[in-house]
Every structure is written in structure tokens, then in C-alpha cells.
Design a protein around this ligand. Structure first.
Ligand code: SIN
Ligand code: FE2
Length: 215
């Protein structure tokens, strides 16, 4: 796997134990190349609108996935599956740039199996939740932001724990693991029109996860 050159002004910020923000980790050229790659793969696995378990209420974000396992949600619950729920086709592969970032920033001994792609159009947000559908909890979660700036919120492993807000801008990479692997997190809001990078507007988040423990 190649390396992804870090811009000289990239900044490592320790947000909380187990939570690291790599501010400006992807420069403008890398962001553009990644976005082009993501949009080409989305042609093969279009965004769709997941629904909440039980209630069937639609998410405000649209989602798709890359990699051998995709995370999906519908009335019957949350799960990982190898195919797109609408087309029945396998998900496209994870972009090589993201695999290289994962190796470099997590040093986990196995590749991620899921790249969840979240599209936030105007007004979309994501409530506080834990990422807990994975068997490989020793692996951190790595997330890349593209497009408009978002206000991300992260707390502790109890929903009642205090939280802090962190601005996520295009090119930022956030890694949470270890004591923060089950931290509650979400997106309060996206500041519409702050980047103009996403065709049609908004923000794309790419979340990499290892699902099953490596052999
Ligand atoms: C998520 O937790 O699935 C998404 C977080 C983000 O959009 O930054
Ligand atoms: Fe999450």
C-alpha cells in the first residue's frame, strides 16, 4: 500500500483519550482525487435513504458503502451485508487512498472491511450513537470528511456523559479507538455552502471500520 503525503500544515490534535483529529490531513489535490474516485464508485452503488429499525423513519443522511461488507439499516434492524439493498450487487471496492490512510493512521494489522459513505445534503444530521455492530472492537474507526464543514459531537461510552463539539472540515481525518471505541458521537449540523466541493452541495463522510476479527 502506498503512502498518502501529509501536507506540511497538517496538525495532529488529541481531542480526548483515544480520539485524534488529523486536521488538514488531505490537501486540496488529494481531496479532489478522492472525491472523484468516490463519485465514480457511487455510480456503481448509488446513495439510498436508510430507515430506522422498528419505526421505519427515514434517515436525513443518504448512504452507500464500499468494501466487502456494507452497513445497512432498515425496519428489521442494523446489520452488515455484502450487497447493496436496492441493486443486490456487491459493493464497490474501498478506494486505495483510504486503505493507505487506514494503514498509516491506525497501524491495525488487517484492512478495513467497510467504508460507509454518508451524504449530508442541506439540513441532514446524525443523532448521537455508538458504532457497535462490529466484532473487531480492537480496531479503531477512521473517518474522512469532504465538502462542507460539520459540527461533530463526541462524548463518552454512556449517553449521559458530557460531550464536546469538534469542527470537521474537508480533508480532516478523525480516528477514535481504544477507550473511545464505543464513544457516543454524531453530527449536530453541516454548514451549508462552506466548501462548494460536492456536486449538488453538502458533505460526504467516509467511515472505515474493521467488522470481523482478523484470522
Ligand atoms: C457516522 O458516525 O457514521 C458519521 C460521522 C460523520 O459524518 O462524521
Ligand atoms: Fe458512527
Amino acid at each position: 500500500m502506498g503512502t498518502v503525503e501529509a501536507p506540511t500544515d497538517a496538525l495532529r490534535l488529541d481531542v480526548a483519550p483515544g480520539v485524534v483529529l488529523w486536521h488538514g490531513r488531505l490537501d486540496a489535490g488529494a481531496q479532489r482525487a478522492l472525491l472523484d474516485d468516490v463519485l465514480a464508485r457511487v455510480e456503481l452503488a448509488p446513495f439510498y435513504r436508510p430507515r430506522m429499525p422498528l419505526s421505519g423513519a427515514p434517515f436525513s443522511v443518504e448512504e452507500t458503502n464500499f468494501g466487502p461488507l456494507g452497513w445497512v439499516s432498515d425496519k428489521s434492524g442494523y446489520r452488515y451485508q455484502p450487497t447493496h439493498p436496492l441493486s443486490g450487487k456487491p459493493w464497490p471496492a474501498i478506494p486505495p487512498l483510504l486503505l493507505a490512510l487506514w494503514d498509516e493512521l491506525t497501524q491495525y494489522p488487517a484492512p478495513p472491511q467497510c467504508c460507509l459513505v454518508n451524504l449530508y445534503r442541506a439540513g441532514a444530521k446524525m443523532g448521537l450513537h455508538q458504532d457497535r455492530d462490529e466484532g473487531a472492537r480492537d480496531a479503531p474507526v477512521l473517518s474522512v470528511s469532504l465538502g462542507d464543514e460539520a459540527l461533530f459531537r463526541i462524548g463518552g461510552t454512556s449517553r449521559r456523559d458530557p460531550t464536546r463539539g469538534v469542527a470537521l472540515r474537508s480533508g480532516d481525518v478523525l480516528v477514535f479507538g481504544g477507550p473511545a471505541r464505543l464513544a457516543f458521537h454524531g453530527i449536530d449540523r453541516v454548514k451549508a455552502g462552506t466548501s462548494g466541493q460536492i456536486p449538488g452541495g453538502g458533505r460526504i463522510n467516509l467511515t472505515l471500520r474493521r467488522v470481523t476479527p482478523p484470522q
